[in-house]
Design a binder for this molecule. Structure first.
Ligand SMILES: [Zn+2]
Ligand SMILES: [Zn+2]
Length: 350
């Protein structure tokens, strides 16, 4: 039935009519070793006339895009990558090269490491598991998100970076993303921690019995990367009403060890993707402990109206709780932060 799912259909064509058309189709498969009739899945690129059986498409090096119910043939994959880059609104920055898959150094040492990973692959979680659909064969070519520039006033905007002339961005859902769904792969240059930069480096989760010889193996997204490098993280200074909605996990996926970004709740279209890099500090982003100590996350008191949140008071170190309300504000929600227990309570004042 997958064939029915992926086959392009005419307007008002139901499954029965579609199957009938495929059965009597004279289209011969574009896979040179097949050439048989009844091929029904065409390349998504308009100018391309190639058409495949689903299985032949896999052998012929095509790539599927389940969300668009179709595939790109091998020759059109470079076009599809450019198309994705365009849909992502990839910033025209001269310093970051967009890559779909991780870059590995072409040395014997890293070739051995890749073979070793393949042998040990059963030690990581496998994605997709039997409950989830495979979302690509080798290349993830769907743009589920896009990159949006942020400006002063945005919770993640950093004035220090701005003063150095850096433009800043966030990653936004281009369509509704379901809880648990794959958002993207964190890509970059794979190397040992010592050779990676500080800011964009995520470490693979390494099971205890796996040994990479030279320490943690990481993905550095500073010079090469994809849309996931623009995901903002909670930090000790982030207002408490900003919640994370995604997480990162190392998975064995489509014959590669990948750091996947997964939704931890349903994310609506146009909402930002937010993670907490400190969540698994030793498995992905390295925590700078000194830096962390400097910004111990002090609970603030916020009051929420229909579409705005106001900071009211900064609770001091001495007081264990603080509350305040704003008059004349509709739909008031009073949030009390208990510093001692690090909990937040909301009270509806209406
Ligand atoms: Zn075929
Ligand atoms: Zn094509």
């Amino acid at each position: 039935m997958k064939i029915v799912f992926y086959s392009g259909r005419y307007q008002n064509e139901d499954d029965r009519k579609l199957i009938k058309r495929i059965l009597y189709s004279k289209n011969s498969c574009s896979y040179e070793k097949c050439n048989l009739r009844r091929a029904s899945i065409g390349c998504l690129r308009e100018q391309c006339t190639k058409i495949f059986h689903l299985r032949c498409a896999l052998y012929a090096g095509c790539e599927i895009i389940p969300f668009h119910r179709g595939l790109y043939c091998k020759d059109c994959i470079p076009f599809a990558i450019q198309e994705k880059k365009y849909r992502l609104c990839w910033p025209t920055s001269p310093t970051v090269r967009y890559i779909v898959n991780n870059k590995w150094k072409n040395t014997n040492h890293f070739k051995k490491i890749r073979t070793y990973i393949k042998e040990q692959s059963f030690k990581w979680d496998i994605y997709p598991d039997e409950n989830s659909e495979l979302m690509f064969w080798k290349y993830d070519l769907e743009a589920r998100t896009y990159i949006r520039e942020i400006f002063p006033g945005h919770w993640a905007f950093c004035s220090e970076l701005a003063s150095l002339g850096h433009r800043q961005y966030e990653l936004v859902a281009a369509r509704d993303i379901e809880d648990g769904e794959w958002i993207g792969e964190y890509t970059g240059m794979v190397d040992y921690r010592g050779n990676c930069g500080k800011k964009y480096t995520a470490a693979y989760y390494t099971p205890g019995s796996v040994d990479f010889n030279d320490g943690d193996l990481c993905v550095d997204g500073e010079r090469y990367g994809n849309e996931t490098r623009y995901i903002n993280s909670l930090s000790p200074t982030t207002p408490l009403y900003i919640k994370k909605n995604a997480t990162m996990a190392t998975v064995w996926c489509a014959e590669e060890l990948r750091i996947g970004v997964f939704a931890t709740k349903r994310i609506k279209q146009y909402c930002a993707i937010i993670v907490d890099y400190n969540e698994y500090s030793n498995t992905y982003f390295k925590v700078d402990e000194e830096e962390d100590e400097k910004y111990k996350r002090t609970p603030y008191v916020w009051i929420s109206t229909e579409d705005q949140l106001f900071e009211l008071t900064k609770s001091s170190k001495e007081s264990s709780e603080s509350t305040q309300e704003i008059e004349h504000s509709p739909n008031r929600l009073l949030e009390i932060s208990y510093e001692s227990s690090n909990t937040v309570v909301y009270i509806d004042l209406t």
